[in-house]
Design a protein around this ligand. Structure first.
Ligand code: PAF
Length: 274
């Protein structure tokens, strides 16, 4: 039976004799989370523990963004976890996880300055701070590759701060038309949803070009995405997968990242090239 806890004290008092793997989430669970849970089970083993945390982390929402309206379907999320065979669900409140006079944050300063970090100031400081806390309270964790920059930054943090844990990456899970699963997809209108697969079509078309210049690859992705009348590109960038710095030519370690608005909804996707 799945155990549900909501305090740090409870989480830390649980025995950790068995292997554990954590799937950190902000809830509104969907198929891609199920895939993360499946991979977490592989890592924890049959007798190990799969933990899911659900916490809509206020620290990673920039002012004026969707913190208030972010979906919080508590009951459905709980049932989802039960059905997926999760052993432990950690659902803390904001006041449980953040004391009011907190003054220590985890701030990655280089990779976070680009791409999503540029568009969403403070976002990765919020992510690094909360995942550090979750690692300390619970266990090592599984992350999806859809949030490519987040994964790179968490790996950098683990490296630079000598966290004694493994970060497990899981390939992006997609709907039939190629749209990456995301809790924010539910904000899309029917018309926007019908066009949203252009993110994946764009990056796929660019990947099909082979070892071209960044300018060519970016131009192709932009052209395909712009074919959707409701799409408004925020960025299309070709970067090195580790440093996240722009590269001129597609190389072995290149990744193409895109962020596109449909109305107020901002979608991201990426593809590894080379
Ligand atoms: O990717 C997410 O859902 C969040 O950024 C995470 C890792 C759960 C931290 O709040």
């Amino acid at each position: 039976m799945m155990r549900i806890i909501s305090t740090v004290a409870e989480a830390q008092s649980l025995s950790r004799r068995n292997a554990r793997a954590l799937v950190p989430t902000m809830g509104a669970l969907h198929k891609a989370h199920r895939e993360l849970i499946r991979v977490a089970r592989q890592h924890a083993g049959r007798h190990g523990e799969v933990v899911v945390s659900i916490f809509v982390n206020p620290l990673q929402f920039e002012p004026g963004s969707d913190y208030e309206r972010y979906p919080r379907p508590e009951r459905a999320d709980q049932e989802f976890c039960e059905e997926a065979g999760v052993d432990l669900l950690f659902r803390p409140s904001v006041t449980e996880l953040y004391v009011e006079d907190r003054s220590v944050f985890v701030d990655e300063s280089v990779l976070s300055a680009t791409l999503e970090g540029k568009a969403r100031p403070g976002h990765f400081r919020g992510v690094c701070t909360v995942v550090t806390k979750l690692f300390n309270v619970l266990a090592p964790a599984v992350f999806g590759e859809k949030d490519f920059q987040q994964l790179a930054i968490v790996r950098r943090m683990v490296r630079d701060l000598n966290f004694n844990l493994e970060i497990i990456a899981v390939p992006t899970l997609r709907e039939e038309d190629g749209l990456a699963y995301s809790s924010r997809n539910q904000y899309l209108t029917l018309e926007e949803r019908a066009q949203a697969s252009v993110l994946y079509k764009g990056v796929r078309a660019a990947a099909g070009l082979g070892k071209k210049s960044a300018a060519d690859v970016i131009a192709v992705a932009r052209k395909v995405i712009n074919e959707a009348p409701l799409a408004r590109i925020d960025y299309v960038e070709l970067v090195d997968a580790e440093t996240l710095q722009p590269v001129e030519i597609v190389g072995l370690n290149s990744v193409l990242l895109v962020a596109v608005y449909f109305g107020k909804t901002r979608l991201i996707d990426n593809i590894q090239l080379g």
